[in-house]
Write a protein that binds this ligand. Sequence first.
Ligand code: I3S
Length: 127
Amino acid sequence: CPSSPKPPHSPSEKCGTLNMTKITEHGKKVRKNWTSYWTVLQGSSLLFNKGQGGGTGWFGRDQKLEFSVELKGGSVDWATKDKSSKKNVLELKTRQGMELLLQSDHESLMNEWHKALTEAIHTYAWE
Ligand code: I3S
């Protein structure tokens, strides 16, 4: 992960461009706002970074952390059809009552994210 502030230190380290929208915050439904983020899985944290141009992709040092979620105590699974008309959508629920959808048109990429997020949640569950 060239983007990561620290060198890779965990088997669950992963990064890439994903589309993301929150669907629930503090247990309350919120309006969807699909946005492309440079997404970094680092230990039990999932970080969402945006280029200063506000757009997609990776712009090196111009990337800024928008926000992050704690995976500990959360869950991830493929979203059901009623959650989105898009394909390859993962639904991530955090212990803090946030629900996010993560998506990419690249199926194999989302399979990798599914695996990495599942592993991270499992790895950090008991700490
Ligand atoms: O679950 P929804 O409400 O059908 O989600 C769609 C809307 O958020 C839509 O925006 P508007 O709030 O302007 O209607 C988005 O453009 C769509 O992408 C959302 O649906 P998908 O199926 O793409 O997640």
